[in-house]
Design a protein around this ligand. Sequence first.
Ligand code: GLY
Length: 328
Amino acid sequence: MINRRKFILGTAFTSLFAYFGITYAKARKSLNPLVGAKKAFPIVISTWNHGLAANEAAWEIINGGGKAIDAVEAGVRIPEGDPKINSVGFGGYPDRDGKVTLDACIMDENGNCGSVSFLQNIKHPISVARMVMDETPHVMLSGAGALKFALDNGFKEEVLLTEKAKRAWENWLKTSKYAPIINQENHDTIGLLAIDKNGDISGACTTSGLSWKLHGRVGDSPIIGAGMYVDNDIGGAVATGMGEAVLKTLGTFLVVELMRNGSSPQAACEEAVKRIAAKQNAKDFQVGYAAINKSGNHGAYCIHKGFNYALHQNYKNVLVDSNYLMKD
Ligand code: GLY
C-alpha cells in the first residue's frame, strides 16, 4: 500500500515537473525565439556577386578566430578597391556632375557605429567610418568634414573616377535621362554581415550610390537602421537597391525589430519588402534585404527578380538567388 502511494505520488510529481518544465521552456522560447535554436555560425553574408570575394576576406579573419567587426571591414574593402565594380568605392559611377561621392557605415556587437556620407577622393570610406566609430564621440561625418577627418588621420586623397566610369558618365550626359535601372549591371551597394566564433555580430555597408544622382544626394547606406543595422541580441540586416525607398521605411531596423518579435530572417525580409511595396510605387525600382539572426540562420528577399547574395557558411562560399515579390 505504502509502496503504491509512493509510486502514485512519485508519478504525480514527475508529471507536474515535466509539465512545468515544458511550460517554462515554451515561455522562454516565446519571449526569445532564438532560445534553444541550433547554432549555424560562424557565417558571413553579403549582397550581390561581388559579395563572394568580400566574404572570402571576411571569412579568413573569422576562421582565424578574429572579431566580426574586423571581418566586415576587411570584407567590404575588397569591392571598394576593385575598379571593375561600378557601384562601390574606386571605379564607382559618378553623380551627374561627374563626381564620385561615397557613403558607408559600420556597426559592432556593442551597438557602436560609425558612418561617412558624401565623401570624395578616399578609396576606403568604410575604414573612415570605422575610425569615426573608434576615435570620435560621433556617429557620422559628412562631405568636406569627413574628408578633412580622413586626411588628418592618414588616409590618402585619390582620384576615384576611372576612365571606364568617366566614359559611362559622358555617354549618359548625351541624354541626361535620370531613370535608375533595376539591378543595374547586377551589382549595387555591398552590405555584409558576419557572426564570429564567439557568436558576436557586426555589419558594414558601402556604396557610391545611385549613378547620375544629384550632387549632394545621400542614400540609405550610411544611415544606421536604413542601409544596415545590428543588434547583437537579435541579429542584423543589410539593404541594397533604391536608397530612398529604404530610407522611407528604415528598412534594416525594421527587419531586426521583426526578428526581435519572433520572425525568422526570411519572414522579416519579406515583411520589410512588402511594407515598401504597400506604400510606394515599387514597380520601377529594386530593393533587396539580407538578414541573419543570432543563431546564424539567414534570409533574403527583394522586390524584383535579379537580386542575389553570397553566403559563407559551413566552409562553403556560394551565390544564392533571392526570392522576390513581384512575379510579373
Ligand atoms: N542603396 C544605395 C543607394 O541608394 O545609395
